[in-house]
Design a protein around this ligand. Sequence first.
Ligand code: FES
Ligand code: FES
Length: 180
Amino acid sequence: MAESTRSEIRLHVNGVTHRLDVDNRRTLLDALREDTGHTGPKKGCDRGQCGACTVLLNGWRVVSCLTLAVAVDGSDITTVEGLAHEGELRPLQQSFVQLDGLQCGYCTPGQLCSAVGMLAEHAAGWPSAVTADVSPDAPARELDAEEVRERLSGNLCRCGAYPSIVRAVLETAAREEVAG
Ligand code: FES
Ligand code: FES
């Protein structure tokens, strides 16, 4: 008898558990958009090149178009719909609005999720491709515009809102530092 090509999985999306019966080839992006109704993550290229589909997987950013839903069975997923807290935009979202970090908004869900993941990676001490000193005991490099540009280089914006996006991320990082 032929083996089943479908699987039953559970995805915890923005705190709500979804039980799904999915084709084993279904991407996380399609499962989110079409099976759970989270259309925040966008399908730009569907091949890992634009970042519009970025979500947080157990707190770390991934491109959901290159992630199979069956591979993340049981995981916690945060989409852009889950970034606000009790109806309040989080500081990063507020900075995007105040500093014009978006124009058409198509890339914005991916930019926001990617920026949240990026700030967490930086806080955890992960270096980037432009971090000069990557030795284990090097002091953490301050988050500057070059670091933000590099760390968000996987998220494309056809409107060219990059300068405002970088400013919004830097302002958020500075505010979080002040808040401790
Ligand atoms: S849609 Fe996933 S990277 Fe472009
Ligand atoms: S705001 Fe339009 S693609 Fe980025």
